[in-house]
Design a protein around this ligand. Structure first.
Ligand code: MG
Length: 381
């Protein structure tokens, strides 16, 4: 292993030595839609990850809403910083569970590529506008982006990512939608790498939405004081001598909160994996095993926190006003492009005959950043 440089075969040997039999191995792939030559210095999932990082859609995440509209505050998360945090936590989980870190990270980096401007209110608005034409779902849109809408290769549309990455985008722990990909029926459970990226997403946003909710002043420490997870995390801060009115109490407690959720997810998933006795990635998926999760106790605790965030942050009156405005802007833009498709430019107009106006307008609007959508709204209004 001391020979340099490390070529693909030695990188794969290192990977095989460090991950478990139930992980997805990058030298045993189902492959890419368009066959490609192997890269001398990168495994297939490293290539997937790099393609996502270098995509236009990835860079647009910087100007898309996580919870707060892009530009609302220098320290508030946007889709890009959320995604980077998810990827970091997903890697920690994957490494501790002996899963394929590169694949887990790549799924995490791509998981929110399909978000429209204005976060979930934008998604709801687009879905309402297109429900008779297939509707809108950000997971499916992420797949459309990597399969069709990114264009940089001479011979085909999309990024030609691996089957393992693409199915990882579609399938979440609890639901499968849609049930087929390229006409192939998907197994009842996603890979453990996809399950890990999915849990990392929930865990990350619970943590940082508490943080951003507090920073914005929409939620307060008093409001959180009834939430058990916050109380337990707060005990850790107090054990280090922090008082509740100390400046660092909130930030340290958020840190403790995330650390607790990560620790429980790792310990519980490791136990479930060992008890299941699985020996291959196919077995996990074909048997429909959901093995990456919190313990029942933590599931209950995180449910309580999630309900709190829905009631007090996502549907707070401060954010609801903005969300209503965002939905109105989305409707206006949609209507405008429906009546004047030439406003989208010739490349999009060309696609209307084949894909239908609703599909093309959805792709066009979903790709917009918050900033671009607001500018277009103001310009066209
Ligand atoms: Mg997310």
């Amino acid at each position: 292993m001391n020979e340099l440089p490390r070529h693909l075969d030695s990188l794969c040997a290192l990977e095989n030595a460090s991950i478990a039999s139930y992980a997805i191995h990058s030298d045993r792939l189902k492959g890419r839609h368009y066959p490609e030559k192997q890269h001398p210095f990168r495994t297939e999932f490293q290539r997937d990850r790099d393609r996502i990082l270098h995509s236009h859609a990835f860079r647009r995440l910087e100007y898309k809403t996580q919870v707060f509209l892009s530009g609302s505050g220098d320290h508030l998360r946007n889709r890009l910083t959320h995604t980077i945090e998810v990827a970091g936590i997903a890697r920690t989980l994957a490494r501790a569970l002996a899963l394929n870190e590169d694949l887990t990270e790549a799924i995490a980096l791509a998981h929110d590529l399909g978000h429209s401007p204005f976060g979930h209110s934008g998604e709801r608005a687009l879905h309402k506008l297109t429900k008779d034409f297939g509707g809108f779902d950000h997971n499916e849109q992420a797949l459309r982006i990597v399969d069709l809408l990114e264009s940089k290769y001479p011979a085909y549309d999309g990024l030609n990512l691996t089957w393992e990455l693409r199915t990882g985008l579609l399938k979440h722990r609890s639901q499968i939608h849609p049930a087929t990909l390229d006409g192939v029926e998907l197994p009842p459970a996603p890979s453990l790498e996809a399950q890990t990226a999915d849990l990392a997403d929930d865990l990350t946003y619970y943590g940082h939405d508490v943080d951003d909710g507090l920073s914005s002043g929409i939620i307060t420490r008093e409001m959180l004081s009834h939430i058990q997870l916050w109380q337990i995390a707060g005990e850790e801060s107090k054990s280090l001598g922090l008082k509740e009115d100390d400046e660092r109490f909130e930030t340290y407690t958020v840190r403790a909160l995330i650390n607790m959720m990560v620790g429980d997810a790792i310990n519980n998933s490791a136990r479930l994996i060992q008890e299941s006795g699985v020996t291959s990635a196919d077995e996990v998926q074909l048997k429909g095993l959901h093995l990456v999760s919190w313990s029942q106790r933590f599931q209950n605790l995180t449910n309580e926190l999630r309900t709190f965030l829905y009631e007090n942050l996502y549907f707070s009156k401060e954010l609801s006003k903005l969300n209503t405005l965002s939905e109105e802007r989305m409707s206006f833009l949609f209507d405008c492009f429906l009546h004047h498709p030439q406003l989208m430019g010739p490349d999009y107009v060309k696609r209307i005959e084949k894909d239908g106006a609703h599909r093309v307008i959805t792709d066009y609007i979903a790709g917009m950043t918050d900033n671009y959508a607001v500018c277009e709204y103001l310009r066209l209004k």
